[in-house]
Design a binder for this molecule. Structure first.
Ligand code: MTE
Ligand code: MO
Length: 269
């Protein structure tokens, strides 16, 4: 047996486990893309014996890149993640503690929002002053489990519209109404920057993407991301960054903690 490794568990450089998980998620990608014939052609033995390219054998990497394009083609901002009855929500286990400081001074905490036109520090009260949304959706971990959760918070979309930091011009208001003005990516990090997530702007501004301050009707506990975490139901759990420190809108694809370990950067499902 190899050491456990993967999103949510302590980082490990156990290549075998990383490869095993990649093969698993790649197969799922094939099924979704309807290109499973390629898998048979490639042959896992041949794939496995190629020289690793940043932990991932290069043929797999090519497949992941292809998968990414398929994922982008299928993605529609209008696509909603399924809603569940609130009664079916339960508390998920704490999964992943990278970058979380359980002793963080919550009164001193600020959300730093940055864009090419400037920056702004927001208190939790500022975030709570934005319209409150509550949704009950599935938190899907790429490791294979899922959990229905009721999330409450502000839409990232409303924050983007109110600050104007998601645009090149710095103009507030609906950034999608000015073509070319909207920045194509958003980057989130924990206060210590040890966990970091990159998002395409369509997913970041998706109507179900929330900056959450409550899970299942209660304020966030430290390891679920107090005082503010992301809930992005159109993506795997790896993208739902807990304990947000900074949110930056940018023109270049941001680095991503798990993408650097070989997972699909988009991580949609
Ligand atoms: N800061 C931080 N956020 C994180 C992680 C992490 O390790 N650190 N793990 C991610 C993963 S892999 C999952 S599945 C979810 C789990 O959220 P939960 O602990 O509230 O169940 O958090 C995500 N956000
Ligand atoms: Mo996860």
């Amino acid at each position: 047996m190899s050491k456990p490794s993967g999103p949510g568990l302590p980082p490990s450089d156990d290549d075998f486990e990383v490869e095993r998980q990649l093969r698993r998620s790649t197969r799922r990608g094939f099924a979704v893309g309807g290109i499973s014939a390629l898998a048979a052609v490639a042959g896992w033995y041949w794939v496995k014996t190629r020289a690793p390219e940043r932990l991932v054998p290069w043929p797999l990497r090519r497949v992941l890149e292809l998968d990414e394009k398929v994922g982008r083609a299928l993605y529609s901002p209008a696509r909603l993640a399924r809603n569940f009855p609130q009664a079916s929500a339960t508390m998920p286990r704490v999964n992943g503690r990278v970058g979380i400081d359980p002793k963080l001074d919550l009164d001193a905490w600020r959300l730093r929002v940055e864009g090419p036109a400037g920056a702004r520090s927001m208190t939790l009260a500022d975030v709570k002053a934005l319209p409150r949304f509550q949704i009950t959706t599935e938190l899907k971990c790429i490791e294979g489990w899922s959990n229905v959760v009721t999330w409450a918070g502000a839409r990232l979309l409303d924050l983007a519209e109110s600050t104007g930091l998601a645009t090149l011009s710095g103009k507030p208001g609906d950034p999608t109404s000015r073509s070319g003005d909207l920045l194509p990516f958003a980057a989130l990090t924990t206060p210590d920057a040890k966990y970091f997530v990159g998002l395409d702007i369509a997913s970041a501004l998706h109507p179900q993407t929330l900056l959450c301050y409550e899970m299942n009707g209660a304020p966030l506990t430290a390891y679920h991301g107090a005082p503010l975490r992301l809930a992005i139901p159109v993506k795997y759990g790896i993208k739902s960054l807990k304990q947000i420190g900074t949110l930056k809108f940018t023109s270049t694809q941001p680095p991503d903690y798990w993408a650097e370990k070989g997972y699909d950067w988009y991580a949609g499902h």
